[in-house]
Design a protein around this ligand. Sequence first.
Ligand code: FAD
Length: 490
Amino acid sequence: MRLRNALTTMMSLAVAARQSTAQTICAQIAASIGWTSVFPSFTPQYTTDILHWLESSTQLSECSVRPNTVEKVATVLALLGKTNTPFAVKGGGHTSNPGFSSTTGVQISLEKFAGVDYDQNAGTVTIGASLVWDEVYGELQPHGVTVLGGRFPSVGVSGLLLGGGYSWKANAFGLGSDSVVAWEVAFPNGTAATVTDANDPDLAFALRGGGNNFGIVTNFVMKAYPQTNVWGGILVVTQDNWDAVLSATETFSSTVTDPKAQIFVIFGSAGLVVTNVPVSFVTLSYDAPEQPEGIFDQFLAIDALIKDISSRSLLSLVQTGLAANYGAFTRGSWDTIPTPSYDRTFMNALVNQTVFWSDKLTSSGSILVGTAIEPFLPSILASGTTETAAYPYTREQVYFPTLLAMYWLPTSIDQTMIAARNSSVDTLKSVLEIETQGAAPGVPYSNYAASTTTVEQLYGSNLARLRQIKKRVDPNNVMGLAGGFKILPA
Ligand SMILES: Cc1cc2nc3c(=O)[nH]c(=O)nc-3n(C[C@H](O)[C@H](O)[C@H](O)COP(=O)(O)OP(=O)(O)OC[C@H]3O[C@@H](n4cnc5c(N)ncnc54)[C@H](O)[C@@H]3O)c2cc1C
């Protein structure tokens, strides 16, 4: 009993010491960058700054800070490093991994970096790190240009570009990260710089997929691409027609080579308290005002519950993906299965897993078990090389980032849901292993990957170079005080 009391006292002292250290650092940051840039708990700014797309990714920090220049971000980073204070930096807050852009220490908000500046002469767009893609597309629409960003509403610019970035133009122009030409970066040693392929090719390589390991990016400069209206939208299909969706997806992924065409197929089983409602959401996209005949015919022939397909703006196409936000503000967890091709055996297994786990878990509080099929062309990797980008570490083979997502309500079933997700991923990987006769497991997409994924799995043969770069720009691993997939200095 006495031992337990002593332990409890020690733990309370440790918690109190950590809290007072964090409170002291909030005061130090305020003294250094200005009291109006630091927000204590439960102010409206603090509440916005810690909020995440998933409730399970939100943590209560000691304070949030909103530096308004890259130099001030660097000052904050240096202070956090000097005092060994845990912190987080958030873009759009869409990670499903708790602690990756949230913290119980100091939350850095990039709220003050919110500009979209199109430079017609240079053919580039400078984008503030706090923005979400719909805001960017909306700003660029009057100029008739766009950039390679997210395909669904409300996703953050920063995290997507620091991990890779699959856009509706990916087949034609490659990954979003490959189209970044400059990054404005605050470094852990308190300095700031604009990084380009010309002035620091190593760091440019690291920032194309290396996540939050090298500093905080405050602005991205991306190539601009012409944008007309697009053709496309969404089909919502009930389970009795899933066979037709699977057949159309199989035909599309094995025959269509037109880089303007793309699909995104979700199979989901939504738990509604006691029963499941299995629904498929199919997004069709053709990057021109009208589609050529033949490419999407099989999809268009499906007897869909909802069919919202038209010639529309890119922003309007992205907004049809609102269904992808089912699950927002619940608890949730994602993982990915690098997939070399989509044949019927694998897709059937995906669908079976979705329905199986939803049936099993709905009565416990699961509200959605879903999977997303994303077939791309090999041309998606043509705009970059393994020399110029950390992700993917091999470009000899394209791996499609198949997504597995689970959303639920009660905290009490966190472990059950995560165990179910792991079991499902294992089952699906073993299906692929048989199909590929034990070929290498492929490159996971860090922006979909579960937190247990290792940096060896993510960065493979690029890891040694990344560790050298880390040693140069962050030898004391200050960025290791923030969560994420952590690359250690060599
Ligand atoms: C509904 C939905 C749709 C999606 N659609 C797509 C899609 O079409 N294409 C695609 O490729 N991915 C997509 N994703 C995945 C998406 O790329 C990741 O969730 C990504 O992390 C989102 O970025 P964020 O800024 O919102 O995330 P955050 O949670 O804010 O950040 C993610 C990570 O990046 C770090 N980070 C954020 N900003 C900075 C910064 N400025 N400097 C340094 N580090 C930073 C954070 O610390 C964290 O580790 C989607 C996700 C969701 C939930």
